[in-house]
Design a protein around this ligand. Structure first.
Ligand code: SAM
Length: 221
């Protein structure tokens, strides 16, 4: 191990204890995944030293990598099992997808900004995340050919829950999505059973916009 990876491993451990366990995340698979994924490789070199801070960071194209605690909280809320198939909308830096890929057998992730899509696909290859399947396009319509999914995670804020995503959730499936206006959203958890869907709120959050046919239209402010 070179010096910088030893340094970042210590920072990661500190982040898990102070930011994530301290706020009540207990799922051992989530904690192990966060201990394992080198978050500093998912940001630009100029921001590497800030990668383990308690905040989101810019990743270019006006987008962000989410705060570590939010990633942990949303992942825990999905209540994942090893053989689950998970759909993520909003690949961004790839960090959330990598956390999921440490826990489940297959992750499908969609990104609408081409340069981010290309850069992150290369990173997944470099880090040998062979169980992450990527797609370029509007994720608000989901990925019908690969549905149903055991879990769906949307990492951008939407004015409403996109109907196609609800349809692509398996019976017993869970979805987490920020819903609200452009300034603040509620983190909504949706559970699908034989009779329909149940919805609960996990509290406030702030994400960049989910832009697409079933999210914000490009011209909406
Ligand atoms: N999960 C990401 C990570 O770990 O870095 C978070 C990235 S950022 C908070 C949200 C991402 O959602 C951005 O990269 C943005 O381009 C993308 N996005 C917004 N609307 C989208 C859509 N309709 N389909 C796919 N991606 C979308």
């Amino acid at each position: 191990m070179n010096t910088s990876s030893a340094k970042y491993k210590r920072q990661r451990e500190d982040m898990v204890r102070r930011q994530i366990e301290a706020r009540g995340v207990t799922d051992p698979d989530v904690l192990a995944a966060i201990r394992n994924v080198p978050r500093h490789l998912f940001v630009s070199e100029a921001l590497e030293d800030q990668a383990y801070g308690d905040f989101p960071l810019p990743i270019g194209e006006g987008q962000t990598i989410s705060q570590p605690y939010i990633v942990a909280e949303m992942t825990q809320a999905l209540a994942l099992s090893a053989d689950d198939r998970v759909l993520e909308i909003g690949t961004g830096s790839g960090y959330q997808a990598a956390i999921l890929a440490e826990i489940v057998s297959r992750v499908y992730t969609i990104e609408r900004i081409h340069p981010l899509f290309v850069r992150t696909r290369r990173l997944f290859d470099r880090l040998h995340y062979h169980n992450i399947v990527t797609r370029y396009g509007d994720g608000t319509s989901g990925w019908p050919d690969e549905s149903p999914f055991d879990a769906i995670i949307v990492t951008a804020g939407s004015p409403k829950v996109p109907e196609p995503l609800v349809r692509q959730l398996a019976v017993g499936g869970r979805m987490i999505i920020p819903v609200g206006d452009r300034y603040s959203q509620d983190l909504i958890k949706i559970y699908r059973d034989q009779t329909g869907i149940r919805q609960t709120s996990m509290g406030g959050c702030r994400f960049v916009k989910l832009i697409g046919e079933h999210g914000w239209k490009k011209v909406q402010r």
